[in-house]
Design a protein around this ligand. Structure first.
Ligand SMILES: *Cc1c(COP(=O)(O)O)cnc(C)c1O
Length: 393
């Protein structure tokens, strides 16, 4: 007989999922009701309002796609890209490559703007791409590159798109709730995120928002959207503004209780306070890592507070360290991805997991494991340095 599964209590400090609070887990276990129950429809309206708050937008088409961040990505591309379109795609890590895949699968041409991994998207290169391809109808980029820990200038990139009469598609999977993201003020047209990063909700839902200009382009499409499930014209019938909701698919009812709770928590804290908390804990972690003798992989000006890329010291057994952290300390940190595999660790401080206790626990555990591997460290310096940042609050 197979028995029930009881996962251990890990501390999740990787690239996502992040720690889910007891409040959100509690919401998840409330009684399931019908997805067309009037009370559930009310909850949907509240979720929409809370997402508008989190995205800082008044976009009417703001909703949680019933699938992970990758589905939110695909929803933006399949609805806005038509066969034959030219799309400028910025790549400075893993996720830009997935955007290219999406564009090409829509029968369109991706004009790639490449930047080195660990660096932000170059505004000059994007301006040049628009000069070379004035007929490009979209610009797609990743705001917070989780694969490298780099923040790109989303505000300036959205402005560049508008200057060239193109719409923007913004990957905000790791930015929502962790760093400033002003959808309306920046004029972003299609933005997608995920629940398992800085919202600290369970994985599997993707909040998206579309500007009026994006909705207009969707309404004016000549080709049917290639995905039935992600076709926003159909989804709008279920999530739309009218009080009559038509069945499209069965919403993940309990997951949406959880999302609602995590967004209520974000609203209680306040967006600005949440951003400040992420920054403060990031500063303490960096101070500790540097005092220990480690170095950060990303220049200070572009670092993401919620995803800290650290250089792995020479001669260290990358996988061995992560396995020991997991098995002996119940602590998960992320490996490097793609070009950075074996070169960096990615330490997440996302959402609920961005707290003082996790910073200190991670520094303590990492120091112990590295010292056991014989790495030459300034023992004891990390906690003092992090403590200084915390006490300077
Ligand atoms: C995690 C992530 C995704 C994918 O989200 P999933 O929920 O894993 O599908 C996309 N883009 C970025 C920047 C991410 O960090």
């Amino acid at each position: 007989m197979t028995s029930s599964f009881f996962p251990p209590h890990r501390t999740l400090m990787g690239p996502g999922p992040s720690d889910v609070s007891a409040r959100v887990l509690g919401a998840l276990s409330r009684p399931t009701i019908g997805h067309l129950d009037p009370l559930f429809v009310q909850l949907m309206d509240e979720i929409k309002g809370l997402l508008q708050y989190a995205f800082q937008t008044e976009n009417a088409l703001t909703l949680p796609v019933s699938a992970p961040g990758s589905a939110g990505m695909e929803a933006c591309f399949v609805n806005l890209v038509s066969p034959g379109d030219k799309v400028i795609v910025c790549q400075n890590g893993v996720f830009g490559g997935r955007m290219q895949e999406n564009v090409e699968r829509c029968g369109a041409t991706a004009i790639m703007v490449q930047d080195e991994w660990g660096h932000p998207v170059s505004l000059d290169k994007v301006a040049q791409a628009f000069a070379d391809h004035p007929d490009a109808s979209l610009l797609a980029f990743v705001h917070a590159e989780t694969s490298t820990g780099v923040r790109s200038d989303a505000e300036a990139l959205c402005a560049l798109a508008r200057e060239h009469n193109a719409l923007s598609i913004v990957d905000a999977v790791t930015s929502l709730g962790g760093i400033e993201l002003k959808v309306d003020e920046w004029g972003a047209d299609a933005v997608y995120s995920g629940t398992q990063k800085c919202l600290s909700c369970v994985p599997g839902i993707s909040p998206v928002t579309f500007s009026p200009a994006a909705v207009e382009r969707i309404q004016g499409r000549e080709h049917k959207v290639q995905s039935w499930f992600l076709d926003m014209k159909l989804v709008m019938g279920y999530w739309g503004g009218s009080s009559k909701r038509a069945y499209h698919h069965t919403a993940p009812v309990n997951d949406l209780y959880a999302l609602h709770e995590s967004l209520v928590m974000l609203q209680e804290e306040g967006l600005e306070a949440a951003f400040a908390r992420h920054l403060h804990n990031h500063r303490a972690l960096v101070a500790g890592l540097e005092a220990m003798g480690l170095s950060m992989a990303v220049a200070e000006a572009y670092r993401l507070p919620q995803l800290n890329a650290v250089n792995i010291p020479e001669g260290v057994d990358d996988a061995g360290v992560r396995t020991t952290l997991l098995n002996d300390f119940n602590l998960e940190i992320g490996a490097g991805l793609g070009a950075l595999a074996g070169k960096t660790w990615r330490i997440g401080l996302m959402g609920f997991a961005s707290n003082e206790r996790n910073v200190l626990a991670c520094l303590t555990a990492l120091e112990a494991v590295l010292a056991a591997q014989g790495v030459d460290l300034n023992r004891g310096a990390a906690l003092a340095a992090a403590g200084e940042v915390f006490s300077g609050r």
